[in-house]
Design a protein around this ligand. Structure first.
Ligand SMILES: [Zn+2]
Length: 292
């Protein structure tokens, strides 16, 4: 069990994309992995098609999430777990972000499948979870977690899933703080600004994880049970699994650091741990020199 069964979830800001229509298959092995290489946990959406007509197969209007009211729902259902992650992350950053010197605003979050439109252009499940700065919204298809544990070989589990949301939330923090606008995201490689941005999002995810068990619902009821060592290991494992070197080698190709966009498995784990142990103040990956 991860969530306190009695805690109340806030589903007011989490939307569900239209399902139905003709649908677009999620999966597709190699094709999906190819997309993931460039887009995994992405934030750079310059390669997307411009927003025009709604994509074929999209199910129309977004709607509110139904049936995700308690921690027990979050323990039982992955979509409700995303709502629970939202409630916990929002509670954490409402307090933590002003201490970093900014004015906080909650992001949107949309659970999607198939193809859909965003303020960043047309999107699809095959892109993996991402944050769209103009929308200030996180988009994800929970089917991604099957890719994470399947093709990419992660252990999985609730905290590993929430790490994914916490990483995207980290991009929202970078958007609010102006970091995203200040950096040069045109370059790749282990010490590029783009990689530093991604590692900082991992660090922010770790900072949340350290404090997650003291987050509360609107009535002051504790949201999460203390994480077990096994759960923490699963989050670290997820961070390693989405390292560029792991993704490159799991595709059967050679490891080419110059093409890295998110950082190595070791760096992603290291920065998650940095946030976990030292908090968001210690997440300045841009000051880390060549040792990032
Ligand atoms: Zn990212």
């Amino acid at each position: 069990m991860t969530f306190n069964d009695r805690a109340r979830l806030d589903s007011s800001k989490v939307r569900r994309g239209g399902r139905g229509g003709t649908g677009v298959a999620v999966g597709g092995g190699t094709l999906l992995i190819l997309f993931l290489v460039s887009q995994l946990f992405g934030v750079d959406l310059t390669g997307l098609a411009p927003a025009t007509e709604p994509a074929a197969g999209s199910g129309g209007e977004e709607s509110t999430i139904e049936g995700c009211e308690t921690g027990a729902d979050a323990n039982a259902d992955v979509d409700c777990r995303m709502v629970g992650a939202y409630t916990s992350l929002d509670d954490y950053w409402v307090d933590a972000f002003p201490r970093l010197g900014g004015q906080y605003a909650s992001p949107g979050m949309s659970l999607q499948s198939g193809r859909w439109q965003t303020g960043c252009g047309a999107a699809s499940s095959a892109m993996g979870p991402f944050y769209c700065p103009p929308d200030q919204s996180i988009y994800l298809d929970t089917a991604f977690f099957e890719v994470l544990t399947g093709e990419l070989g992660a252990d999985g589990g609730p905290l590993a899933e929430m790490y994914v949301v916490a990483h995207e939330w980290g991009h929202h923090i970078q958007n609010l703080s102006g970091t995203m606008d200040r950096i040069d995201r045109s370059d790749t490689g282990p010490t590029s600004d783009g990689v530093r941005l991604e590692l900082q999002a991992d660090c922010f995810a770790g900072a949340w994880a350290q404090n997650a068990q003291s987050t509360e619902d609107a009535s002051g009821v504790q949201l999460l049970e203390p994480f077990t060592q096994e759960q923490l290991a699963s989050a670290m494992d997820a961070a390693a699994t989405v390292g560029d070197d792991h993704i490159q080698s799991s595709q059967g190709g050679s490891v080419n650091p110059e093409q890295w966009t998110h950082g190595s498995s070791e760096s992603r784990q290291q920065w998650f741990l940095q946030g976990y142990e030292n908090g968001p103040d210690a997440c300045d990956t841009f000051a880390a020199g060549a040792d990032v």
